[in-house]
Design a protein around this ligand. Sequence first.
Ligand code: SAH
Ligand code: SF4
Ligand code: F3S
Length: 443
Amino acid sequence: MKVYLETYGCQMNEYDSELIRSILAPHGHEMTAAVEEAEVVLINTCAIRENAHRKIYGRLDMLRPLKKEKKRFVVGVLGCMAQNLKEELFDHPVVSLIVGPDSYRSLPKLIDEVIGTDRQEIEAYLSEYETYGDIAPTRVEGVNAWVAIMRGCDNFCTFCVVPYTRGRERSRSIENILSEVRSLAQKGYRQVTLLGQNVNSYRDEGKRFADLILKVADVPGIERVRFTSPHPKDFPKPLLEAIASHPRICKHIHLPLQAGSDRILDLMARTYTRKEYLRLVEEIRRTIPEIALTTDIIVGFPTETEEDFQETAGLFKDGQFDSAYIFKYSERKGTIASRKYPDDVPPEVKTDRIVRLIDLQRAISLQKNREKIGRTLTVLIDGEADGPGKGAATSKRPGHQMGKTEGNTTVVFPRTPFGPGTMVSVRIHDVSSSTLYGRPVER
Ligand code: SAH
Ligand code: SF4
Ligand code: F3S
């Protein structure tokens, strides 16, 4: 059958879609990029915020005409929204298959059961063991490969749906991960990004994340190792030392803060205080002076006052992040916050706060980028700067290539004779808040 697969959400979902391709391939299913051609449409969904849900419903609506037109046509909802809403999704007339993140091995069987019939099938059990460790993902060619090192999350931050959609935390074995990374290096991938909801709770028979990342960084052929995300509550010293000491571990840490007010952090059950977070930032900067720090923030969590918000803004000034992903709080069904704290910050207040915080961060990012003018940075080439879906509109420039610094900032420069996956030195001469512009130089 011809299968069209579309992916929403985070890198973990991208990775899962690669697993799904591998699960379907031995059953003779062929992937297609044209939805009109497909007999099976699979949508790998996200549930993290309400707009993620809305986007999927919009997409399902667009599939109605195809469903009417075709005799053999299955639409399956996979991923976090499938796990979160379960049978509720059958209320949408095009959906006949619902499969949660731990049930992908059953996909071929389930597709066979529903295709050409009026049947509906759902499989959405969460597993304590499933890591898909034996399945080699079918990746799209590129420079970077995502590698899930663990699945699930046990943190239960009160706002977050992930522990319910992804289930209990479980780690893959170091050996299993290393053999995947070795084969990636052989296939020509130059960068791996290790994925987990909280990589600092990675465990394999007494070995922890720092042990794993050092081994991954030693795999010949891999030039850069990244990871996302560590939880600030249990950031281990050995990991800092690993990042500081290993030339192939990128000097970049994504350290989700969520809020700068202790009262809100407590309601969120993040289990660290503003002071502890700032102390950690200081320690990181002391150990790795060139580190790039990025973060995630939620504005408008229940009961957040202007004073609370000002504490977040103040922490932005003190913390000097290189960049930040800022979200408006979105109540998620089933979470602790949805049961205990009414979503009482008005939408216009959330909008006002997010706009102010984005403006503040933009100014900080611009300032930090300006400090890079005149410096020569090592850049891993991603591809053409005007390629489809590459980076922000500001970085689309014909005749130019783009790549990433170690700190994960986009750099745009005139085309070199080198292809994606090559490291080049680029001297920076101009910047915006999100992009650096430069010229390749000989070292
Ligand atoms: N495990 C990761 C986070 C994954 S979700 C970590 O802890 O770092 C990515 C980000 O989405 C979170 O860091 C948070 O900022 C945001 N997010 C999660 N739930 C949200 C909600 N209910 N409303 C708004 N933003 C949310
Ligand atoms: Fe969600 Fe918190 Fe787990 Fe991250 S650590 S996935 S924010 S519950
Ligand atoms: Fe990722 Fe969205 Fe699920 S962020 S873990 S796809 S809820």
